[in-house]
Ligand binder design. Sequence first.
Ligand code: T6T
Length: 325
Amino acid sequence: KKIVAALAALAICATALITPALAQDKKFTVALVPGLTTDGFYITMRKGAQAAADALGVTLVFQGAPDFNPVTQVPVLDAVIAKKPDAILIAPTDKVQLVEPLRKANDAGIPVITVDTFIGSGVYQTGAGEADFPLSYIASDNILGGEIAARALAKAIGDKGKVYVSNVKPGISTTDQREEGFKKEMAANHPGITVLETQFNDNDANKAASQLQAVFARNSDLVGVFGANLFSALGAANGVQQAGQTGTIKVVAFDAPTSIVDNINTGLVDVAIAQHPAEIGYFGVVSAYAHLTGQSIPVAIGTGFTIMDKSNIADPNISKYLYSE
Ligand code: T6T
């Protein structure tokens, strides 16, 4: 009996010794759910995430919907949750509509970190909010991004005239904040500029192009447009070109797909504000790994911008921030 008890005790000790080692050797799987799959911004974010995953021995799963829409993103998220990854990084496509679907992940014990966009107010882990359960928010400062866009457009149009914002749709944290920052800066510091009604394009560049022409048809004195994300900006620029107004109607673009280089060089786009999506993906995976291995992580991580125009676009230190395809 004594021997059996001693062996049992030994087994318990051995398990206690072995378990932490096994936990450390565990290969973690982190899922990255982008806003949509066919967007240079998220393709670049995935590259950064993959670089961190390779460095840390993490398996990265990239699964998303073909369009930027909660109706298509939620089923993808449900499928990801069913596979029980160790952590989820997600760019929620709506501040409100993704709260309950993400709570399911959290309730299932899967840590959630939001990248690029946020849910609720974007202030997490306060114990106060209905949507404060994500561990961290990793993104650009989008209000600042909108302010930068406003200053660039104001400069391009000599601080006077009519402009408008080409935007995706209300309810997306990033593009809502860019519009907010843009309008705040215009109202505070550019009294000679009139900001016309925002045009929402549902992330459809063709729609953004026809809206540009419709706004121009109603306002022949239109002098500028701020495209608040990649598709809004490309579409608005195409609209300016189709209207034969290249250089007359100034375009400030958020985001930096490779095609922006030609648009800058031909004078169709004055300024492009590149985000650093690879950094967002990299720090997303590092944060998830840190949390999974028992480290505390920052509740928010801010990444920067690179402002591109004709004067610097040929510089490799600038062009390295163009998005991958
Ligand atoms: O501007 C990015 C991203 O930050 C935003 O949340 C959605 O649109 C993009 O993906 C660009 O298409």
